[in-house]
Design a protein around this ligand. Structure first.
Ligand code: ADP
Ligand code: MG
Ligand code: ZN
Length: 603
């Protein structure tokens, strides 16, 4: 919750408190006060009276009387002498009862109205303050601006496609959008229908925001950006109001781009999940759909949205006339990674020993944001050391920092732990070296990383294959087992250090059997349909759809696969026991071995 929300909520709370107080106020406030003469006249008609209540403070003779009539009306009078009144009532045969009002009750009766008015005044003052604040702080800072869109207009957006490296197909797909925004009329005259909505799908950091902004920059049109989470507020209806406001503003400034980041925050599949601010999201989403249906296609507004989870989006938003164009923004391949590195290295002095292609090759799986971060960390490292250029070792240590965690040489580790780690990592490394579908080894280290790993073995993938084969998966499992196998062979006992490896082995084996149809006994059936685990409700409805028999079979197949890999991996390591010993010795001495140093041990 934002600060502003908290404040508004506080005000509502006060308002509620005031209302409660009003309701629980002493009855008297709403009762007609009458004079003693009037009282006498009422007492002369006892047939109209349903109840008489006398209130008296025992310490003084005075008090008050309340008469409730059969018509449910009531009057109240102050009486100078309660005793006299009670005698009179007895004479007239009117039933009554006496209440001894305590001092506390009386005090409360006097204090309450005061407290109430103070609270009201405070409330009004704070309300006025907020309105004044709204005037100073620009839009959105006051209560009355609640339903205003929070879209930020990017001022001076000079980005162009040149600032986006790689992503060739993506840029190609968006070129016509740029053309359209530059000249909507041309397209209208041609009778062409340009998509109103384009959804960019990709993992965080792949450059979705960058790309959308570059489209606006290329076309030289305003860029309104808003995040899906800005729509999701505490109070129902606010999100919808913001959407309405956003589109009104965009229409006034067309041609332009509206960019909705994290659209999954509003556009999740409806009717799934349990609890949460559901109504609000649905209303916001509905308003978004209404607005998108509402403007004519060639008005010159393009709505771009970004998400990393296209699978959880409500199908309604993907219908024609809405976000009917999907552009997948992929993780960069080697070539693109090199270009991204070159782009971000432009303003950084690099030493002669820095080879961007080599860095690109070692960073499979890195996104554009990761790569930018890598170079930035290297620059910080170099600057901190007082160097004039970024050297190879700066990149290397930035690599470890961003990829695996901070190198911590200072932390004292026992010799025993070091030895075990050295064997463990060498076990991985031998398999990376020997198996052709994984590796070769890029680096082995027994320097603990900031994230709890005692060491690491880093392979240098030769290729960026899209498809993964069964053989490759087996090799990956074997390489992951190498650490534990080495420990078993050489050390007196085994350690907990292999838990991460074991998890990975299990994950691969499960996927092979349950998802990829790579087990003959199971065949091509997907038994692992957990894609939607964000939605508790969805999952509950789709829990295990197979029997115990199948479950046993799956278990057996996974086990067989793991055992098979284990046996083969162990054989390979046994055949290279000499390397295991030599590498361990060398690692203990130097703490870190390069791929070349390690490969020499096999000669
Ligand atoms: P996303 O929106 O997909 O999470 P961003 O667009 O915010 O990713 O990217 C974050 C940063 O990473 C960008 O500002 C840019 O510096 C860098 N970056 C990401 N992808 C690229 C790319 N293809 N080319 C150049 N820089 C990139
Ligand atoms: Mg982004
Ligand atoms: Zn390991």
């Amino acid at each position: 919750m934002t600060k502003k929300n908290a404040k508004i909520q506080w005000m509502f709370f006060v308002l509620m408190a005031v209302m409660l107080l009003l309701l629980s106020m002493p009855f008297e406030i709403f009762t007609n006060k009458i004079s003693n003469e009037a009282l006498e006249s009422y007492l002369d008609k006892p047939e109209d009276i349903s109840e008489v209540r006398i209130e008296q403070n025992a310490e003084v003779p005075t008090g008050s009387v309340t008469i409730v009539f059969k018509s449910d009306e009531a009057v109240k009078a102050y009486v100078p002498d309660v005793n006299e009144l009670s005698m009179e009532l007895s004479e007239k045969n009117i039933d009554f009862y006496m209440e001894d009002i305590s001092r506390g009750g009386q005090v409360l009766g006097m204090v309450l109205p005061t407290v109430l008015s103070v609270v009201l005044v405070v409330f009004i003052i704070s309300f006025l303050n907020m309105r004044a604040g709204a005037g100073q702080g620009g839009r959105n800072s006051g209560m009355l601006n609640f339903g205003k869109s929070r879209a930020r207009l990017a001022v001076d957006n000079k980005l162009s496609f040149k600032d986006v490296s790689g992503l060739y197909e993506e840029k190609e797909e968006l070129k016509e959008v740029v053309e359209f925004l530059k000249n909507p009329l041309k397209f209208r005259d041609m009778g062409a229908r340009i998509p109103k909505g384009i959804i960019l799908v990709g993992v965080p950091g792949t450059g979705k925001t960058l790309l959308a902004k570059a489209v606006a920059g290329e076309a030289d049109v305003p860029f309104y950006s808003i995040s899906g989470s800005d729509f999701v507020e505490m109070y129902v209806g606010v999100g919808a109001a913001r959407v309405r406001d956003l589109f009104a503003e965009a229409k006034a400034n067309a041609p332009c781009i509206i960019f909705i980041d994290e659209i999954d925050a509003v556009a999740r599949r409806r009717g799934t999940g349990l609890g949460g601010s559901h109504d609000e999201r649905e209303q916001t989403l509905n308003q978004l759909l209404v607005e998108m249906d509402g403007f004519t296609p060639n008005l010159g507004i393009i709505v771009m949205a970004a998400t990393n989870r296209a699978d959880i989006l409500d199908p309604a938003i993907l219908r024609p006339g809405r976000f009917d164009r999907k552009v997948t923004v992929g993780i960069p391949d080697v070539k693109a990674r090199k270009e991204i590195l070159e782009l971000h290295a432009k303003n950084k002095p690099l030493g002669e020993d820095v080879d961007l292609l080599r860095i690109a090759r070692t960073t499979a799986g890195f996104t554009g944001a990761d790569l930018e971060n890598l170079l930035n960390e290297a620059a910080i490292e170099a600057a901190a050391k007082g160097k004039e250029k970024i050297g190879r070792e700066d990149i290397d240590s930035a690599f470890i920092k961003t990829g695996i965690g901070t190198e911590k040489k200072s932390k004292v580790i026992s010799d025993r732990d070091k030895r075990i780690t050295a064997y463990h990592e060498t076990g991985h490394a031998i398999l990376f070296h020997e198996l052709e579908d994984v590796g070769p080894v890029h680096m082995i280290s027994i320097i603990p990383t900031g994230e709890g790993a005692a060491g690491y073995t880093m392979p240098l993938p030769d290729k960026d294959d899209m498809m993964v084969t069964k053989g490759q998966l087996k090799h990956m499992m074997m390489a992951a087992m190498g650490g534990r196998i080495a420990e078993e062979l050489v050390c007196e006992d085994i350690t907990t250090g292999a838990s991460q490896d074991i998890r990975q082995v299990t994950k691969i084996a499960r996927a092979m059997v349950m998802q990829y149809g790579m087990s003959d006994k199971i065949g091509m059936i997907n038994y692992d349909d957990n894609g939607d685990d964000v939605f508790l409700g969805y999952d509950i409805a789709h829990s295990r759809s197979y029997g115990d028999e199948i479950l046993t079979l799956i278990d057996e197949e996974i086990r067989a696969l793991v055992d098979d890999c284990y046996r083969n991996a162990k054989e390979i390591i046994l055949a290279h026991r000499d390397v295991l010993e030599k590498s361990c010795r060398l690692l203990l001495e130097k703490e870190r071995l390069t791929g070349d140093e390690f490969n020499k041990l096999f000669e």
